[in-house]
Write a protein that binds this ligand. Structure first.
Ligand code: FES
Length: 101
């Protein structure tokens, strides 16, 4: 099954600017499979991504490596649903570099 990796900044500035509201909205999606979408949603809260310019660009959300500045719930949800419909393969190019053999 493919996977969408979502990193929501839980740093101070992003939290003040509503990143937790975005995280809650993502949570409300529930199980994507119930909607007939076979895609694994991996949502993690991360510390300051260090590109918020002291909150000027907060909240920051990263989806499969694509960074959204001044992220809005509607934008994030639309992106997630768009990606979920064409679920990226879990071996996408955003996967951390793995040791070869
Ligand atoms: S506090 Fe979120 S990117 Fe800095």
């Amino acid at each position: 099954m493919g996977k969408i990796k979502v990193e929501v900044c839980a740093g101070t500035f992003c939290t003040m600017m509503g990143s937790m509201d975005i995280a809650a909205a993502i949570d409300s999606l529930g199980d994507l499979e119930e909607s007939g979408i076979r895609c694994d949603l991996d949502v993690i809260m991360v510390p300051c991504l260090e590109n918020c310019e002291a909150g000027a660009l907060s909240p920051v959300v990263r989806i499969n490596g694509e960074t959204f500045f001044r992220a809005e719930t509607e934008t994030v949800m639309a992106k997630l649903l768009e990606l979920a419909k064409n679920c990226p393969d879990s071996t996408d190019n955003n996967t951390q570099e793995q040791a070869g053999h």
